[in-house]
Ligand binder design. Structure first.
Ligand code: GSH
Length: 215
C-alpha cells in the first residue's frame, strides 16, 4: 500500500498513525512531481495530500481513508465497537480536527505580522482557546485521548496538537496548552509513546525542513 504525502500535514499524519497502529505494510512518500502534477491529480483531483493507493483502490480525504483502513484491517481497531465508546472517540477526534486544528489552519494566511488581519487572528485564537477548553473537559488522557486504548481520537489529536504547539506561539500565544492539566498530561504521555512520539518527532523534522525550504 502507498500513502502519498508529507508527514508534516496533519491530514497525512492521522492516516499514518492509523496505518502504523494497525501494522499495515505501507510506503509513505511524496509524489514524484508534486501534488499538483497531472499524475497526482488523476488520483486526487483536489491536488491535496494524503492519497492512499491500495492495489486498484485509490482514495483521498483522510477521514475516508481512515474508514477504509478500519473496515479492511479489523484486527486492531481504532474505532471501539461499543456505540458509546465509539461516539466518544469520534467526538474527541472531531473537536481536535474540526475546531482546534481548523482554528490554527485558518491563521496560516496571517503569518506575516505586517500583512495580518488582527481581527481575524483574534477571532481564530478565541476559537482555538474555546476548542481546547472543551477538549480539556472531554479528553481522558489515561493515557490515550479516549481512555486506556489507542483510538481514532489519537489519530486526530496528536497531529492537531503538534500544529497548535508549533504555530500558536507565532501569533503571540506563548503557551497554548495553558493551565489545561489533562491536555498537558496527554501531550507529555504522547511524546513518550513509541507510535505517537515517533510521529511528533517526524512532524518536527518536517517542520524544520519546510522552514528551511521557505528561506
Ligand atoms: N479534507 C482533506 C484536507 C487535505 C489537505 O488540506 N491537505 C493539505 C496538506 S495539510 C494539502 O494537501 N494542501 C495543498 C493544497 O491545498 O494545495 C483531508 O482530510 O484529506
Amino acid at each position: 500500500m502507498d500513502i502519498y504525502g508529507a508527514i508534516l500535514s496533519p491530514f497525512m499524519a492521522r492516516v499514518v498513525l492509523a496505518a502504523r497502529f494497525k501494522g499495515i505494510k505501507h510506503k509513505m512518500s511524496m509524489p514524484k512531481d508534486g501534488i499538483k502534477s497531472p499524475a497526482f491529480l488523476k488520483m486526487n483531483p483536489l491536488g491535496k495530500m494524503p492519497v492512499l493507493k491500495d492495489g486498484s483502490t485509490v482514495l483521498f480525504e483522510s477521514a475516508v481513508i481512515l474508514e477504509y483502513l478500519e473496515a479492511k484491517y479489523k484486527k486492531k481497531r481504532i474505532v471501539p465497537s461499543d456505540a458509546k465508546a465509539s461516539a466518544k472517540a469520534r467526538l474527541i477526534g472531531a473537536m481536535f480536527a474540526d475546531y482546534a486544528q481548523a482554528a490554527i489552519l485558518a491563521l496560516f494566511p496571517h503569518f506575516d505580522p505586517a500583512k495580518r488581519d488582527q481581527a481575524v487572528v483574534d477571532a481564530k485564537l478565541a476559537d482555538l482557546s474555546k476548542a481546547l477548553d472543551i477538549i480539556e473537559k472531554m479528553i481522558a488522557a489515561k493515557p490515550y485521548a479516549a481512555g486506556a486504548k489507542f483510538t481514532i481520537a489519537d489519530c486526530y489529536a496528536v497531529p492537531a496538537l503538534f500544529f497548535v504547539c508549533a504555530f500558536a506561539p507565532r501569533f503571540g500565544v506563548v503557551d497554548p496548552i495553558g493551565g489545561r492539566k489533562k491536555l498537558a498530561k496527554y501531550l507529555s504521555k504522547a511524546k513518550k509513546d513509541k507510535l505517537l512520539g515517533g510521529v511528533l518527532n517526524e512532524m518536527e523534522i518536517g517542520l524544520k525542513q519546510w522552514e528551511s525550504a521557505k528561506k
